[in-house]
Ligand binder design. Sequence first.
Ligand code: MTE
Ligand code: MO
Length: 319
Amino acid sequence: MANIKIPKGWEIPENQVTPESVYINRRKFIKELGIVGAGALSLFGSSACAQDSKVAKQLKPYQTQPLDAKKNEEFTVTRKQTDEIVAATYNNFYEFTSSKSTVWRRVEKFKTRPWEIEISGLVEKPMTLDVDDLIKQMPLEERIYRFRCVETWAMVVPWIGFPMKALLEKVQPKSDAKYVRMTTFMDPDVAPHQNNFRLPWPYVEGLTLAEAMNDLTLLVVGIYGHILPPQHGAPIRLIVPWKYGFKSIKSIVSIELTDKKPRTFWNIILPREYGFEANVNPNVPHPRWSQATEWMIGSRERHPTLIYNGYGDAVAHLY
Ligand SMILES: Nc1nc2c(c(=O)[nH]1)N[C@H]1C(S)=C(S)[C@@H](COP(=O)(O)O)O[C@H]1N2
Ligand SMILES: [Mo]
Protein backbone atom coordinates (compact mmCIF):
# COMPACT_ATOMS: atom_id res chain seq x y z
CA MET A 1 0.00 0.00 0.00
CA ALA A 2 2.84 2.37 0.80
CA ASN A 3 4.04 2.47 -2.84
CA ILE A 4 0.79 3.72 -4.33
CA LYS A 5 1.35 6.27 -7.07
CA ILE A 6 -0.94 9.18 -6.42
CA PRO A 7 -2.60 10.83 -9.40
CA LYS A 8 -1.41 14.42 -9.56
CA GLY A 9 -4.93 15.79 -9.72
CA TRP A 10 -5.63 14.30 -6.33
CA GLU A 11 -2.84 16.21 -4.63
CA ILE A 12 -3.53 19.61 -6.10
CA PRO A 13 -6.94 20.30 -4.57
CA GLU A 14 -5.48 19.93 -1.05
CA ASN A 15 -3.76 23.26 -1.62
CA GLN A 16 -6.19 25.02 -3.95
CA VAL A 17 -8.00 27.39 -1.68
CA THR A 18 -8.23 30.84 -3.21
CA PRO A 19 -10.84 30.39 -5.97
CA GLU A 20 -13.31 28.86 -3.53
CA SER A 21 -13.07 31.77 -1.12
CA VAL A 22 -14.44 34.07 -3.79
CA TYR A 23 -17.32 31.68 -4.46
CA ILE A 24 -18.10 31.39 -0.77
CA ASN A 25 -18.28 35.11 -0.23
CA ARG A 26 -21.09 35.18 -2.73
CA ARG A 27 -22.95 32.51 -0.77
CA LYS A 28 -22.46 34.51 2.42
CA PHE A 29 -23.89 37.57 0.69
CA ILE A 30 -27.09 35.70 -0.17
CA LYS A 31 -27.41 34.47 3.40
CA GLU A 32 -27.02 37.94 4.82
CA LEU A 33 -29.77 39.24 2.60
CA GLY A 34 -32.00 36.51 4.00
CA ILE A 35 -32.74 34.96 0.63
CA VAL A 36 -33.82 31.39 1.17
CA GLY A 37 -36.35 30.69 -1.54
CA ALA A 38 -36.73 31.57 -5.18
CA GLY A 39 -39.48 34.12 -4.44
CA ALA A 40 -37.21 36.60 -2.74
CA LEU A 41 -35.08 36.74 -5.84
CA SER A 42 -37.49 38.88 -7.79
CA LEU A 43 -35.80 41.70 -5.92
CA PHE A 44 -32.89 41.20 -8.28
CA GLY A 45 -32.85 41.00 -12.03
CA SER A 46 -29.34 39.91 -12.88
CA SER A 47 -28.39 36.48 -14.14
CA ALA A 48 -25.90 36.15 -11.28
CA CYS A 49 -28.85 36.19 -8.92
CA ALA A 50 -30.72 33.61 -10.96
CA GLN A 51 -27.73 31.34 -10.50
CA ASP A 52 -27.70 32.05 -6.79
CA SER A 53 -31.38 31.14 -6.49
CA LYS A 54 -30.53 27.76 -7.98
CA VAL A 55 -27.92 27.28 -5.29
CA ALA A 56 -30.37 28.30 -2.56
CA LYS A 57 -32.91 25.76 -3.84
CA GLN A 58 -30.35 22.97 -4.11
CA LEU A 59 -29.11 23.63 -0.61
CA LYS A 60 -32.57 23.16 0.86
CA PRO A 61 -32.47 19.34 1.02
CA TYR A 62 -29.46 19.62 3.26
CA GLN A 63 -31.14 21.82 5.81
CA THR A 64 -31.76 19.01 8.22
CA GLN A 65 -34.05 18.65 11.24
CA PRO A 66 -33.37 20.73 14.35
CA LEU A 67 -31.38 19.03 17.10
CA ASP A 68 -31.47 20.44 20.61
CA ALA A 69 -28.49 20.32 22.93
CA LYS A 70 -27.44 22.42 25.86
CA LYS A 71 -24.52 24.70 25.15
CA ASN A 72 -21.42 23.85 27.15
CA GLU A 73 -20.08 27.33 27.99
CA GLU A 74 -16.68 25.90 28.83
CA PHE A 75 -16.01 25.47 25.14
CA THR A 76 -16.26 28.71 23.28
CA VAL A 77 -13.86 30.92 21.37
CA THR A 78 -13.41 34.66 20.95
CA ARG A 79 -13.07 34.50 17.19
CA LYS A 80 -16.22 35.12 15.13
CA GLN A 81 -18.33 32.07 14.31
CA THR A 82 -18.30 30.97 10.65
CA ASP A 83 -21.66 31.34 8.88
CA GLU A 84 -23.55 28.07 8.49
CA ILE A 85 -23.89 28.47 4.72
CA VAL A 86 -20.13 28.94 4.39
CA ALA A 87 -19.26 25.83 6.42
CA ALA A 88 -21.94 23.80 4.59
CA THR A 89 -20.62 24.64 1.11
CA TYR A 90 -16.85 24.28 1.63
CA ASN A 91 -16.03 20.72 2.59
CA ASN A 92 -13.48 17.97 2.28
CA PHE A 93 -15.13 14.62 1.65
CA TYR A 94 -12.91 12.87 -0.88
CA GLU A 95 -15.21 9.87 -1.19
CA PHE A 96 -17.46 12.13 -3.27
CA THR A 97 -15.19 14.69 -4.93
CA SER A 98 -12.02 16.66 -4.41
CA SER A 99 -13.85 19.89 -5.31
CA LYS A 100 -14.69 21.43 -1.94
CA SER A 101 -17.36 23.81 -3.13
CA THR A 102 -19.41 21.01 -4.72
CA VAL A 103 -19.41 18.34 -1.99
CA TRP A 104 -22.76 19.59 -0.62
CA ARG A 105 -24.38 18.89 -4.02
CA ARG A 106 -22.67 15.57 -4.70
CA VAL A 107 -23.86 13.89 -1.51
CA GLU A 108 -27.40 13.77 -2.86
CA LYS A 109 -27.61 9.94 -3.08
CA PHE A 110 -25.91 9.46 0.28
CA LYS A 111 -28.45 7.88 2.69
CA THR A 112 -27.26 8.44 6.24
CA ARG A 113 -30.16 6.70 8.00
CA PRO A 114 -30.73 3.98 9.08
CA TRP A 115 -27.06 3.62 10.07
CA GLU A 116 -25.27 1.12 12.26
CA ILE A 117 -22.02 1.63 14.08
CA GLU A 118 -19.94 -1.28 15.34
CA ILE A 119 -17.65 -1.01 18.36
CA SER A 120 -15.28 -3.95 18.52
CA GLY A 121 -11.77 -5.19 19.23
CA LEU A 122 -10.16 -4.98 22.65
CA VAL A 123 -13.29 -4.13 24.64
CA GLU A 124 -15.22 -6.01 27.32
CA LYS A 125 -18.58 -5.25 25.73
CA PRO A 126 -18.45 -5.15 21.92
CA MET A 127 -21.67 -3.84 20.41
CA THR A 128 -23.40 -2.81 17.21
CA LEU A 129 -25.82 0.06 17.62
CA ASP A 130 -28.26 1.98 15.50
CA VAL A 131 -26.91 5.53 15.44
CA ASP A 132 -30.16 7.06 16.71
CA ASP A 133 -30.30 4.59 19.61
CA LEU A 134 -26.74 5.55 20.44
CA ILE A 135 -27.54 9.27 20.30
CA LYS A 136 -30.44 8.75 22.73
CA GLN A 137 -28.11 7.14 25.26
CA MET A 138 -25.36 9.73 25.07
CA PRO A 139 -25.06 13.13 26.84
CA LEU A 140 -25.47 15.56 23.91
CA GLU A 141 -24.05 19.05 24.23
CA GLU A 142 -23.12 21.95 21.98
CA ARG A 143 -19.51 23.12 21.84
CA ILE A 144 -18.02 25.89 19.78
CA TYR A 145 -14.61 24.78 18.53
CA ARG A 146 -11.92 26.13 16.29
CA PHE A 147 -11.27 23.83 13.34
CA ARG A 148 -8.05 23.88 11.31
CA CYS A 149 -7.49 22.00 8.05
CA VAL A 150 -3.91 21.07 7.15
CA GLU A 151 -4.42 23.10 3.94
CA THR A 152 -4.44 26.30 6.11
CA TRP A 153 -8.15 27.09 6.04
CA ALA A 154 -9.95 27.39 9.36
CA MET A 155 -13.44 27.86 10.75
CA VAL A 156 -15.29 28.27 14.04
CA VAL A 157 -18.46 26.17 14.29
CA PRO A 158 -20.92 24.97 16.95
CA TRP A 159 -20.82 21.17 16.94
CA ILE A 160 -23.39 19.01 18.73
CA GLY A 161 -22.14 15.70 20.05
CA PHE A 162 -20.88 13.76 23.02
CA PRO A 163 -17.41 13.02 24.38
CA MET A 164 -15.94 9.88 22.82
CA LYS A 165 -15.01 8.98 26.39
CA ALA A 166 -18.71 8.41 27.19
CA LEU A 167 -18.94 5.73 24.49
CA LEU A 168 -15.63 4.11 25.42
CA GLU A 169 -16.68 3.87 29.06
CA LYS A 170 -19.77 2.02 27.90
CA VAL A 171 -17.84 -0.62 25.95
CA GLN A 172 -14.99 -0.81 28.51
CA PRO A 173 -11.59 -0.96 26.81
CA LYS A 174 -9.43 -3.91 27.92
CA SER A 175 -6.12 -3.15 29.62
CA ASP A 176 -4.10 -3.96 26.47
CA ALA A 177 -6.09 -1.52 24.25
CA LYS A 178 -3.76 1.30 23.14
CA TYR A 179 -5.32 2.77 20.00
CA VAL A 180 -8.73 3.53 18.52
CA ARG A 181 -9.16 2.82 14.81
CA MET A 182 -12.16 4.39 13.05
CA THR A 183 -13.47 3.53 9.59
CA THR A 184 -15.77 5.39 7.16
CA PHE A 185 -18.54 3.68 5.15
CA MET A 186 -17.66 2.01 1.83
CA ASP A 187 -20.17 2.32 -1.02
CA PRO A 188 -18.71 3.21 -4.43
CA ASP A 189 -22.20 3.38 -6.00
CA VAL A 190 -22.94 6.36 -3.78
CA ALA A 191 -19.45 7.78 -3.35
CA PRO A 192 -17.85 7.70 -6.81
CA HIS A 193 -14.24 8.43 -5.80
CA GLN A 194 -14.24 5.12 -3.95
CA ASN A 195 -14.03 3.57 -7.42
CA ASN A 196 -10.46 4.87 -7.57
CA PHE A 197 -8.75 1.64 -6.61
CA ARG A 198 -5.35 3.34 -6.33
CA LEU A 199 -6.52 4.96 -3.10
CA PRO A 200 -6.73 2.91 0.09
CA TRP A 201 -10.50 3.10 0.68
CA PRO A 202 -12.27 3.03 3.02
CA TYR A 203 -10.98 6.14 4.84
CA VAL A 204 -9.45 5.11 8.17
CA GLU A 205 -8.24 7.29 11.03
CA GLY A 206 -6.89 6.63 14.47
CA LEU A 207 -6.07 8.07 17.87
CA THR A 208 -4.16 6.83 20.88
CA LEU A 209 -6.51 5.68 23.61
CA ALA A 210 -5.38 8.66 25.75
CA GLU A 211 -6.30 11.05 22.92
CA ALA A 212 -9.65 9.34 22.44
CA MET A 213 -10.37 9.63 26.18
CA ASN A 214 -9.46 13.34 26.28
CA ASP A 215 -12.36 15.57 27.19
CA LEU A 216 -12.04 17.56 23.93
CA THR A 217 -12.53 14.52 21.68
CA LEU A 218 -16.10 14.60 20.40
CA LEU A 219 -18.28 12.28 18.40
CA VAL A 220 -20.42 14.74 16.48
CA VAL A 221 -23.99 14.24 15.29
CA GLY A 222 -25.11 17.83 14.76
CA ILE A 223 -24.01 21.32 13.77
CA TYR A 224 -25.62 24.79 14.08
CA GLY A 225 -28.57 23.37 15.99
CA HIS A 226 -29.35 20.80 13.26
CA ILE A 227 -28.80 17.10 12.64
CA LEU A 228 -25.43 16.83 10.89
CA PRO A 229 -25.96 17.24 7.13
CA PRO A 230 -24.34 14.66 4.82
CA GLN A 231 -21.51 16.89 3.59
CA HIS A 232 -20.24 17.33 7.17
CA GLY A 233 -20.03 13.54 7.67
CA ALA A 234 -23.49 12.43 8.79
CA PRO A 235 -24.71 10.67 10.74
CA ILE A 236 -21.68 10.57 13.06
CA ARG A 237 -18.13 11.89 12.74
CA LEU A 238 -15.14 12.62 14.90
CA ILE A 239 -13.89 16.08 15.91
CA VAL A 240 -10.42 16.44 17.44
CA PRO A 241 -9.92 20.22 17.44
CA TRP A 242 -6.19 20.29 18.29
CA LYS A 243 -5.31 18.16 15.26
CA TYR A 244 -5.42 18.92 11.54
CA GLY A 245 -8.86 18.36 10.03
CA PHE A 246 -8.05 15.13 8.20
CA LYS A 247 -7.96 13.34 11.58
CA SER A 248 -11.65 14.23 12.09
CA ILE A 249 -13.04 11.25 10.16
CA LYS A 250 -16.57 11.47 8.76
CA SER A 251 -19.48 9.03 8.50
CA ILE A 252 -18.04 6.41 10.85
CA VAL A 253 -19.27 2.80 10.64
CA SER A 254 -16.71 1.14 12.88
CA ILE A 255 -14.69 1.92 15.99
CA GLU A 256 -12.13 -0.72 16.88
CA LEU A 257 -9.84 -0.79 19.91
CA THR A 258 -6.42 -2.26 19.11
CA ASP A 259 -2.95 -2.69 20.54
CA LYS A 260 -1.28 -1.65 17.25
CA LYS A 261 -1.00 1.84 15.80
CA PRO A 262 -3.42 1.84 12.85
CA ARG A 263 -2.34 2.83 9.34
CA THR A 264 -4.42 5.83 8.34
CA PHE A 265 -5.74 6.99 4.96
CA TRP A 266 -3.58 10.06 4.24
CA ASN A 267 -0.58 8.54 5.98
CA ILE A 268 -0.71 5.54 3.62
CA ILE A 269 -1.00 7.84 0.59
CA LEU A 270 1.61 10.47 1.48
CA PRO A 271 3.50 9.38 4.59
CA ARG A 272 6.01 12.23 4.47
CA GLU A 273 3.21 14.81 4.46
CA TYR A 274 0.54 13.44 6.79
CA GLY A 275 1.60 11.83 10.06
CA PHE A 276 -0.39 9.83 12.57
CA GLU A 277 -0.17 12.50 15.28
CA ALA A 278 -0.94 15.54 13.09
CA ASN A 279 -1.20 18.10 15.88
CA VAL A 280 -1.66 21.70 14.69
CA ASN A 281 1.75 23.35 14.91
CA PRO A 282 2.77 26.68 13.33
CA ASN A 283 6.46 25.78 13.66
CA VAL A 284 6.37 22.62 11.55
CA PRO A 285 5.69 23.51 7.91
CA HIS A 286 3.93 21.06 5.64
CA PRO A 287 6.54 19.92 3.04
CA ARG A 288 4.72 22.00 0.41
CA TRP A 289 3.53 25.06 2.38
CA SER A 290 3.92 27.02 5.61
CA GLN A 291 1.63 26.40 8.58
CA ALA A 292 2.46 29.75 10.24
CA THR A 293 -0.90 31.36 9.44
CA GLU A 294 -4.46 30.32 8.63
CA TRP A 295 -7.43 31.98 6.91
CA MET A 296 -11.04 31.90 8.00
CA ILE A 297 -13.29 30.52 5.24
CA GLY A 298 -15.86 32.99 3.94
CA SER A 299 -13.70 35.96 4.87
CA ARG A 300 -10.41 37.70 4.27
CA GLU A 301 -9.32 37.21 7.87
CA ARG A 302 -5.91 35.69 8.38
CA HIS A 303 -4.52 34.77 11.79
CA PRO A 304 -1.34 33.29 13.18
CA THR A 305 -1.71 29.54 13.69
CA LEU A 306 -1.78 28.54 17.35
CA ILE A 307 0.10 25.55 18.73
CA TYR A 308 -2.41 22.71 19.28
CA ASN A 309 -4.88 25.07 17.58
CA GLY A 310 -5.20 26.92 20.89
CA TYR A 311 -6.03 23.80 22.95
CA GLY A 312 -2.62 23.30 24.58
CA ASP A 313 -3.97 23.59 28.13
CA ALA A 314 -6.13 20.52 27.56
CA VAL A 315 -3.76 18.38 25.48
CA ALA A 316 -0.09 19.44 25.70
CA HIS A 317 0.47 16.97 28.57
CA LEU A 318 -0.25 14.11 26.14
CA TYR A 319 2.96 14.78 24.16
N1 MTE B 1 -14.32 10.04 5.50
C1 MTE B 1 -13.71 11.22 5.36
N2 MTE B 1 -13.52 11.98 6.45
C2 MTE B 1 -12.92 13.19 6.34
C3 MTE B 1 -12.42 13.64 5.08
C4 MTE B 1 -12.66 12.82 3.95
O1 MTE B 1 -12.28 13.14 2.81
N3 MTE B 1 -13.31 11.62 4.12
N4 MTE B 1 -11.76 14.84 4.98
C5 MTE B 1 -11.13 15.34 6.21
C6 MTE B 1 -10.62 16.69 6.08
S1 MTE B 1 -9.19 16.87 5.18
C7 MTE B 1 -11.22 17.77 6.68
S2 MTE B 1 -10.50 19.29 6.65
C8 MTE B 1 -12.53 17.64 7.36
C9 MTE B 1 -13.54 18.61 6.75
O2 MTE B 1 -14.74 18.61 7.49
P1 MTE B 1 -15.97 19.55 7.02
O3 MTE B 1 -16.18 19.32 5.56
O4 MTE B 1 -17.12 19.14 7.85
O5 MTE B 1 -15.53 20.97 7.29
O6 MTE B 1 -13.06 16.30 7.27
C10 MTE B 1 -12.10 15.27 7.40
N5 MTE B 1 -12.77 13.98 7.44
MO1 MO C 1 -8.34 18.93 5.77
